[in-house]
Ligand binder design. Structure first.
Ligand code: FAD
Length: 407
C-alpha cells in the first residue's frame, strides 16, 4: 500500500530519526543517501532534553549514552578575564527539571546509534550512494527518481520526506529558488585529546566537565567534552566571507586569530596549539517559506529551517520535526491536512528557537555598553532562574505525550 510507504532523502540526524519514527507506526521506509559512505563528518552536538527524550522513546538514547558526556553545567566566561558571567546547572539537576538528560556528543556517535537502530528494523531499507534527483506529485501518490551508480530508477510512495540538509536540492519542490543564505559567520572547529598537553592546558581553564562559552566582542568559543570525555570539542564563531559549502581543512586561521585579539593569553595559546582547524560557512534558510506541499511532500531539519547554531538546537529541531511528522501523519485524517497542521505547529516553535539563537549571538558578541549591560543582567540572575528561562525549550514534549518522557 503506497499510503503506508515513505521515501526519505538524506541519512543525517533528521532522515534517520524520521525513518525510526515512521517505522514505529508500521510504515515501510526507504532512505536514500547520496554519500556512498556515511563517514565522520560534523562537529560536536549538544543534545538538550527536548531531543534526548525523543531519542529515548526511539530506543537510541541507550545506544549513544556510552559515548556521550553529561556536563555539569553550561558556563559563560569572559574571554578576556576568564571571569564566570553565568551558570546554568545541568547533570542531575537538568534531569530532574526537564525529565531527560542534557548530553554532549560527537555527531558521528549519534549518527552511528541511529544507524544501528535503523539496521535492526525490518521495515527500513537504507541505500547509500543513491541520490534523489527528482520528485513528482501524481494523482495517486509521489514518484521519486533516483540515481545510483549511473543507473536511474523510480519509486512510488504515499509520502516523500526531504531531509537533505542545509544545501537541499529538494527545497525547490516547495517553491522556486529556495536557496540557503550565507549568514556572514564562519564556524571553526577542532578536537583535542583530553589527556594530551593541549587537553591538560584546556583543563587548567577549569572547563573539562562543562559546556563553556567564552564571550568576546564579535567572537565566541564553545568547548565541551565528547567521546566519553576522552576528547574536547572546540567550536569558534567569527565573522567572515562566504567559502566553499563544506567543512574545509588546510585553512588559514588568520581570521580566527584576528577575532581573538585581546582575549586571555591562556585562551589564545589554546587556540594556537589546538588544530588543525576546519571551517564551515554558516547558512540559514528563510523559515517563513513553505515546508510542505499538498500531495505528500515535507521538508524537515536543515532542509526546512537551517539556523545559526547559537542556541545549539539545529539537530534537536530536526529530531523534533521527524518525530512529530510521523505522529501527525498517523493522526491524519488525510495526509494533506496532517502536513499543514504539522507545519503550522512546528513553525511557531522553530521560529522561537531561531530568535533565541539570534539573541544569544547579539549578547555573546556584544562590546562596550551593551556588554556591560549584559554582564549586569547576568549577575542579577541566579543559576535557577537561568534554568527556568529554558523551560519552554528543554521541557518541551511532543504533542500528545502524557508521561513527559520515560525517566
Ligand atoms: C558548528 C556547528 C555546531 C552545531 N552544534 C549543534 C548543537 O550543539 N546542537 C544541535 O542540536 N545542533 C547543532 N548544530 C546543527 C546540526 O548539526 C544540524 O542542524 C543537523 O546536523 C542537521 O541535520 P540534517 O539531518 O537536517 O542535515 P544533514 O546532517 O546535513 O544531512 C543531510 C543528508 O542528506 C544527504 N543528501 C543531500 N542531498 C541529497 C539527495 N539529493 N539525495 C539523497 N541524499 C542527499 C547528505 O549527504 C546528508 O547526509 C551545529 C551545526 C554546526 C555547523
Amino acid at each position: 500500500m503506497k499510503s503506508r510507504q515513505v521515501v526519505i532523502a538524506g541519512a543525517g540526524v533528521a532522515g534517520l530519526t524520521a525513518a525510526l519514527a515512521f517505522a514505529r507506526h508500521g510504515f515501510g521506509v526507504r532512505i536514500h543517501e547520496r554519500a556512498p559512505v556515511l563517514d565522520e563528518v560534523g562537529a560536536g552536538l549538544q543534545l538538550s532534553p527536548n531531543a534526548t527524550r525523543i531519542l529515548d522513546r526511539l530506543g537510541v538514547l541507550d545506544l549513544v549514552s556510552a559515548s556521550t558526556v553529561r556536563p555539569e553545567a553550561v558556563v559563560l566566561r569572559d574571554a578576556v578575564t576568564l571571569a564566570e558571567r553565568a551558570r546554568v546547572p545541568l547533570g542531575a539537576v537538568a534531569e530532574r527539571r526537564w525529565k531527560a538528560p542534557y548530553l554532549v556528543a560527537h555527531r558521528a556517535d549519534l549518527q552511528s546509534a541511529l544507524l544501528a537502530r535503523v539496521a535492526e528494523s525490518p521495515l527500513i531499507d537504507l541505500a547509500t550512494g543513491s541520490e534523489v534527483t527528482d520528485v513528482e506529485t501524481q494523482a495517486d501518490g509521489i514518484r521519486v527518481s533516483l540515481a545510483q551508480g549511473g543507473i536511474t530508477s523510480h519509486l512510488e510512495s504515499g509520502l516523500f520526506v526531504a531531509a537533505d540538509g542545509v544545501w537541499s536540492s529538494c527545497r525547490r519542490l516547495v517553491g522556486p529558488n529556495e536557496k540557503s543564505r550565507f549568514s556572514g559567520e564562519l564556524a571553526w572547529r577542532t578536537t583535542i585529546s583530553a589527556d594530551g598537553d593541549v587537553g591538560r592546558h584546556f583543563a587548567a581553564l577549569g572547563s573539562s566537565t562543562m559546556v563553556t562559552t567564552f564571550l568576546h566582542a564579535g567572537f565566541h568559543l564553545v568547548a565541551y567534552p565528547i567521546r566519553a570525555g576522552t576528547a574536547i570539542n572546540l567550536a569558534a564563531f567569527t565573522p567572515g566571507n562566504s567559502i566553499a559549502e563544506q567543512w574545509s581543512g588546510d585553512t588559514d586561521t588568520d581570521a580566527l586569530k584576528r577575532a581573538m585579539r585581546g582575549t586571555a593569553p591562556a585562551l589564545s595559546k589554546l587556540v594556537d596549539e589546538a588544530g588543525p582547524w576546519t571551517v564551515w560557512p554558516l547558512h540559514t534558510v528563510d523559515q517563513t517559506r513553505p515546508w510542505t506541499t499538498p500531495g505528500g511532500i515535507a521538508l524537515i531539519g536543515d532542509a526546512a529551517h537551517a539556523m545559526t547554531p547559537f542556541a545549539a538546537q539545529g539537530a534537536a529541531m530536526a529530531i523534533e520535526d521527524a518525530y512529530t511528522l510521523a505522529d501527525a501523519v498517523v493522526a491524519g485524517p488525510q495526509t494533506d491536512e496532517a502536513l499543514l497542521r504539522w507545519e503550522t505547529e512546528r513553525k511557531s516553535r522553530v521560529h522561537k528557537v531561531a530568535r533565541r539563537g539570534a539573541l544569544n549571538h547579539f549578547a555573546w558578541h556584544a562590546s562596550g555598553p551593551v556588554a556591560i549591560a549584559r554582564n549586569l543582567f547576568l549577575k542579577l540572575k541566579s543559576p535557577q532562574s537561568l534554568a527556568a528561562d529554558m523551560d519552554w525549550l528543554y521541557g518541551w514534549t511532543p504533542p500528545g505525550w502524557s508521561d513527559q518522557g520515560r525517566l
